[in-house]
Unconditional design. Structure first.
Length: 625
C-alpha cells in the first residue's frame, strides 16, 4: 500500500468522522429530530443519502462476481432482492407511505389496523422483523468488509491469545471499521447519516468514474473480445443456462453448473414471481422507509424515490464494469487454471483487482469510495433499527413518558446492542452469498404475503398480519437452521435433501405458509374497526378491494373518490423496470465496447425517461405540498 493511497483513505475517514460529529448537535432535539432529521432535510439530499446507502461494498463485491461469471444476464440476479421495489416505491408507494406522517414502519401499521390488541400485535411483529433484518444486514456487511480489507490492506491483524486465534485478520478489520462508523452514527442520528452519506456518494461516483476510465484506457477491445463471447453479452436466455466460456475457461462453465442457477428459466420465473409481490408489499421497515418518512411532503417523497433510481445505477455499474474488465483480462486466465485462487470464491475478485491492477492514487480513491459504500449502508441500518426498538417497543410498552434526552440515550444503547448482535451473527457466516440468499429469499419471504395484503384488502386485519408475518418468519428461521447444519445430515436423508434446495426456490413455500397464516388469522378473528379503516383509506387512498370502506365513506362525503390508478401504476412500473434495467446495461455494454448495444440501452433509457415524465412526473407535480 503506497503512502499516497494510505493518506487518501486516512483523510477520508477523518473527514467523515469530523462531518458526522460536527452536525450531530442537531440531533439532540428529540426522537423525530434524531431518527427523521425533523422532516426538514431536502429531498435531493435524502435521495443522495438513500442511493449512497444502497451502494454497499458487500453487494458490490457480489455483483462484480456474478457479472464476471454470468455476463450481461447477471443484471437479472438483482431481481432476487428485488431492486424493482425502488420503482414501485417511486410510482405510488412513497406517496402512500408518506401520507401517514409518522416515525417508523411499525408505527405506520397502527394507522392501518388500529391501536387495539390486534393492531399492537401486528405493530410488535413489524418491529421485531425490522430488528432481525438489521442484524442480518449488519452480519452481511461484517462478512463483506472484512474479506475486502484483508486482501487490500497489508497488515495482518490476527489476534492470538494463549496460542488460540481470537479474531482473524478479516474480523479485526471489520470490527475496526464498524466501530468508527458506529461512533458518528449513534452520535448524530439522521442528520449525521445524511451529511456523511452525501459526501460518501460523491467519493463513490468519483471512484467509479476513475476506475471506468482507467479500465477503458488500459484494456483494448481485442483483449476483451478474446475472452468474452457473444453469449456473455446476450441478455436473452433459454430454460437452461449453458455457460458462455470457451474451452480454455471451461472451469467457469462448471462453476455455473454447480451454483444452483442451471435451470435459469425457473430461476427467473421465481424471481419475477417474488419480485412482483415483494415490490407491492413495499419497503421493509429499514433505512429506505426512514428516508421516505423523513421527507418534507408527499410530493418530495415521490421525488426522492425517483431520484434514488436515477443517481444509483449508472455510477455503480461503471465501477463494477471497470473492475470486471480488469478481472477478465488479468485474473480470468489464472483463475481458470490455478489452485492458488479459489475458483468458487468470486467475492474476492473485487479486492484482488484493486490490490494488483489499479495504479497509485486511483487505488486510494477507489478504496475510500468502497469504504464509503460500506460506511453509508451500515450507518443507515444502525440509524433505522433503534427507532423500532425505542419508539415502537420501549416507549410504547415500557416507558411512555420520559424526556427526549432519555429516549436518545436509550437509542444509543439500542444501537450498540444491534451492532453487537449483527457482528456475532457475522462471525458464523460462511460467505456474502449465503447471507444474501438468506436475506433475499428466506427472511423477506416471510415479509411479503402479509405486507402485500395490507394494501389491497380491507378485511385483512391485525391478527391476520401478525400470524402471516410470524408463520413466515418461523419457516424462514427453520430454512436458515437447516442450511447452517446441512453438513451434519446423512447424505440422501430427507433433511439433507431439503437443506440442498437453493434458497430462492424455498420462497414459494415460505410465501404460501405466510399466506395461509394471514388468511386464517383474518377469518378467525373480527374485522378491523370500520372507523380505523375509513381513516386509513381516506388518508392513503390505495387501490384494491376496499368497496365496503369506500361505500361507508362515500355515504358520509360524496366528494370522496375511488383510486382508479391501478392500471396506470402497473404500466408505469413496467416502464420503470425497463428504465432501471437500461441504466444497469448501459455502463456494462459501454465498458465491454459493445457500442451497438450501448446505443440501444441509451435509446431505451431516453425513451422510458420521456414516457415517465408524462405518465408519472407530471402527476407527482400536482400533489399537494
Amino acid at each position: 500500500m503506497n503512502l499516497i493511497d494510505v493518506s487518501i483513505i486516512a483523510l477520508y475517514i477523518v473527514l467523515t468522522l469530523g462531518i458526522g460529529i460536527w452536525v450531530s448537535k442537531r440531533a439532540s432535539q428529540g426522537l423525530d429530530s434524531y431518527f427523521l432529521g425533523g422532516k426538514s432535510i431536502k429531498w435531493y439530499y435524502l435521495g443522495l443519502s438513500n442511493g449512497s446507502g444502497m451502494f454497499d461494498v458487500s453487494g458490490t463485491a457480489w455483483m462484480v462476481g456474478i457479472l464476471f461469471l454470468y455476463g450481461a444476464k447477471s443484471f437479472m440476479f438483482m431481481w432476487m432482492w428485488p431492486i424493482w421495489n425502488q420503482i414501485f416505491i417511486m410510482i405510488f408507494l412513497a406517496a402512500w407511505i408518506r401520507k401517514s406522517d409518522i416515525m417508523t414502519g411499525s408505527e405506520w401499521i397502527l394507522t392501518r389496523f388500529g391501536d387495539d390488541r390486534a393492531g399492537r400485535a401486528s405493530h410488535l411483529i413489524v418491529a421485531i422483523f425490522a430488528v432481525i433484518a438489521s442484524i442480518g444486514f449488519i452480519a452481511y456487511f461484517f462478512e463483506g468488509v472484512g474479506k475486502f480489507l484483508t486482501i487490500i490492506l497489508p497488515w495482518d491483524l490476527t489476534f492470538v491469545f494463549n496460542n488460540s486465534v481470537v479474531f482473524t485478520s478479516d474480523q479485526s478489520y471489520a470490527l475496526g471499521i464498524i466501530f468508527l462508523t458506529t461512533i458518528y452514527t449513534i452520535k448524530g442520528g439522521m442528520f449525521s447519516v445524511v451529511a456523511t452519506e452525501v459526501l460518501q456518494y460523491i467519493i463513490m461516483v468519483v471512484a467509479g468514474i476513475l476506475i471506468a476510465v482507467y479500465a477503458f484506457v488500459t484494456v483494448s477491445d481485442v483483449e476483451i473480445s478474446n475472452i468474452i463471447s457473444a453469449e456473455w453479452k446476450n441478455i436473452f436466455f433459454d430454460s437452461e443456462l449453458n455457460g458462455s466460456w470457451s474451452a480454455k475457461y471451461a472451469a467457469f462453465n462448471n462453476l455455473i453448473d454447480a451454483q444452483g442457477y442451471k435451470m435459469f428459466g425457473a430461476f427467473i420465473g421465481m424471481s419475477l414471481f417474488k419480485g412482483f409481490f415483494a415490490s407491492i408489499a413495499g419497503p421493509t421497515p429499514s433505512y429506505d422507509m426512514q428516508r421516505i418518512l423523513s421527507t418534507r411532503s408527499v410530493k418530495e417523497a415521490a421525488y426522492m424515490s425517483g431520484f434514488t433510481n436515477l443517481i444509483l445505477f449508472i455510477p455503480r455499474y461503471l465501477l463494477i464494469g471497470g473492475v470486471v474488465i480488469l478481472a477478465l483480462v488479468y485474473l480470468a486466465p489464472t483463475m481458470a487454471t490455478s489452485t492458488d485462487l479459489s475458483l468458487a470464491d468470486l467475492e474476492v475478485i473485487l479486492p484482488k483487482v484493486i490490490n494488483n491492477h489499479v495504479p497509485v492514487g486511483i487505488k486510494g480513491l477507489l478504496l475510500a469510495g468502497l469504504l464509503a459504500a460500506f460506511m453509508s449502508t451500515f450507518s443507515a441500518f444502525v440509524n433505522s433499527s433503534p427507532a423500532y426498538i425505542v419508539n415502537d417497543i420501549y416507549k410504547k410498552y415500557f416507558k411512555p413518558s420520559a424526556t427526549s434526552q432519555h429516549y436518545i440515550r436509550v437509542s444509543h444503547v439500542a444501537s450498540f446492542v444491534v451492532v453487537i448482535l449483527g457482528v456475532v451473527m457475522g462471525f458464523f457466516a460462511d460467505s456474502i452469498n449465503s447471507i444474501t440468499l438468506w436475506i433475499t429469499s428466506a427472511l423477506y419471504g416471510g415479509y411479503v404475503a402479509a405486507n402485500f395484503l395490507k394494501w389491497i384488502w380491507w378485511r385483512f386485519n391485525g391478527w391476520g398480519y401478525f400470524w402471516g408475518m410470524t408463520s413466515g418468519l418461523i419457516i424462514a428461521t427453520l430454512q436458515f437452521l437447516l442450511d447452517k447444519n446441512s453438513g451434519n445430515f446423512e447424505t440422501g436423508s430427507t433433511l439433507y435433501n431439503i437443506a440442498q434446495i437453493p434458497a430462492i426456490y424455498v420462497f414459494p413455500v415460505i410465501f404460501i405458509v405466510s399466506l395461509l397464516g394471514s388468511f386464517l388469522g383474518t377469518y378467525l378473528t373480527p374485522a378491523t374497526n370500520m372507523e380505523t379503516l375509513k381513516s386509513f383509506y381516506k388518508n392513503v387512498r390505495p387501490w384494491g378491494f376496499w368497496k365496503p370502506v369506500y361505500k361507508a365513506l362515500h355515504a358520509e362525503d360524496k366528494d370522496i373518490t375511488k383510486n382508479t390508478d391501478f392500471s396506470m401504476d402497473m404500466l408505469n412500473c413496467i416502464i420503470g423496470i425497463i428504465w432501471q434495467s437500461s441504466m444497469i446495461l448501459l455502463p456494462i455494454y459501454f465498458m465491454i465496447r459493445d457500442y451497438p448495444k450501448t446505443w440501444v440501452a441509451f435509446a431505451v433509457f431516453i425513451l422510458t425517461s420521456a414516457i415517465l415524465k408524462f405518465t408519472w412526473l407530471d402527476k407527482v407535480k400536482k400533489y399537494k405540498d
